[in-house]
Design a protein around this ligand. Structure first.
Ligand SMILES: NC(=O)c1ccc[n+]([C@@H]2O[C@H](COP(=O)([O-])OP(=O)(O)OC[C@H]3O[C@@H](n4cnc5c(N)ncnc54)[C@H](O)[C@@H]3O)[C@@H](O)[C@H]2O)c1
Length: 314
């Protein structure tokens, strides 16, 4: 069983990944280059753990013990010398990822597995310069944000990654309560982001054509398709509805739906106007500064309760 984890980068994703492993009982070494992030990461995690504790997702009084499993380093060699599984969550820049993987190859034990949380870079490109033996132990593990709550981790099984490495990764994630999805092709966006963009394209297009108010479009999604998606996949839903029906309705609707190959025009306009969503106080909806913290907490609480409910049907 893998117990000693390394995480490179303690930003949005890295801190959540470290947190998820620590909750799962693993010993976690975090390497981060930014002084401020290094100093603050344990506090950020402890704060998030309070919400999990309040919602009954971790035992009462367990926060100090979980935080004690996290060790923060400013020296990669010291951090990774005895790690069995190391995941990098550094910025999405190919040269940086290549350099980090090369440094990890030198710093980690020979049999350690190296993973990347890349959202869009090809494994073959990132691992290009690694020795053959290490390539067999290098893999993509794509987590979903917020990583300490969202169950999905997409795991690559393509390129030079060995079956042994894949199985070890899968067992590791199952052991900490995650839902690993095996991806067989090195395609941009892997599975979940491609599915999500397909839905988002139509949603943005419906807004742009004025088909409904934003609240009603999100209501149609939340209490329609997404309500089922939380428990039942698209392929299962197609089987329940009947493939003949899906074939007929698809034939009729797809011909009139958005098929653009670029980000939506309205979305780009909003970006130009500085309306970026919660972080700037306005996107499709408004987020007054005084309410931002409460709105963000509510979003987290909803996900935690969904996670709790999902324990009954996985
Ligand atoms: N943001 C998301 O929703 C999301 C989801 C899934 C995957 N990802 C992927 O995860 C990775 C990280 O994304 P993020 O959103 O957490 O970015 P981020 O900018 O929040 O965090 C990156 C962290 O890496 C640190 N860093 C930079 N260079 C480093 C180095 N050489 N060594 C160690 N640390 C270093 C930075 O200081 C920062 O704290 C990217 O590959 C991204 O594509 C992001």
């Amino acid at each position: 069983m893998i117990n000693r984890i390394g995480v490179v980068g303690a930003g949005l994703m890295g801190h959540g990944i470290a947190e998820a492993f620590a909750i799962g009982g693993k010993d976690v070494a975090i390497y981060e280059t930014d002084v401020g992030r290094r100093a603050g990461v344990k506090d950020v995690i402890a704060e998030e753990l309070k919400l999990l504790e309040r919602e009954g997702m971790i035992p009462k009084g367990s926060i100090p013990e979980i935080v004690a499993r996290l060790h923060v380093y400013d020296d990669l060699k010291k951090a990774m010398a005895d790690r069995e599984y190391v995941i990098e969550a550094a910025p999405e820049i190919i040269d940086l990822k290549r350099k980090i993987l090369a440094d990890l190859d030198a710093a980690c034990p020979k049999d350690a597995i190296l993973a990347s949380n890349t959202s869009s870079l090809a494994l073959s490109e990132m691992a290009r310069d690694l020795p053959v033996e290490r390539k067999k132990r290098t893999i993509v593990n794509h987590w979903y944000n917020p990583a300490h709550i969202m169950p999905l981790v997409e795991i690559s099984f393509f390129g030079d990654t060995s079956a042994e490495t894949f199985e070890a990764a899968k067992a590791l994630y199952l052991g900490i309560g995650k839902q690993p999805a095996k991806v067989l092709k090195d395609i941009p966006g892997l599975l979940a982001n491609r599915i999500q963009q397909g839905v988002a394209r139509e949603v943005f297009s419906l807004i742009e054509m004025g088909a409904a108010e934003p609240e009603d479009i999100d209501r149609a999604l939340k209490f329609g398709p997404a309500f089922r998606y939380a428990t039942t996949g698209q392929l299962e839903i197609a089987d329940f509805g009947g493939l003949d029906i899906w074939s007929t309705v698809g034939g009729n609707l797809l011909a009139v739906m958005d098929n653009s190959r670029d980000a939506n025009r309205l979305l780009k306009e909003k970006v130009k106007e500085g309306k970026l969503g919660v972080k700037t106080g306005e996107g499709f909806f408004k987020y007054p500064p005084a309410e931002k913290a409460a709105i963000t907490e509510r979003f987290m609480v909803k996900l935690i309760r969904q996670l709790k409910a999902s324990k009954d049907y996985v």
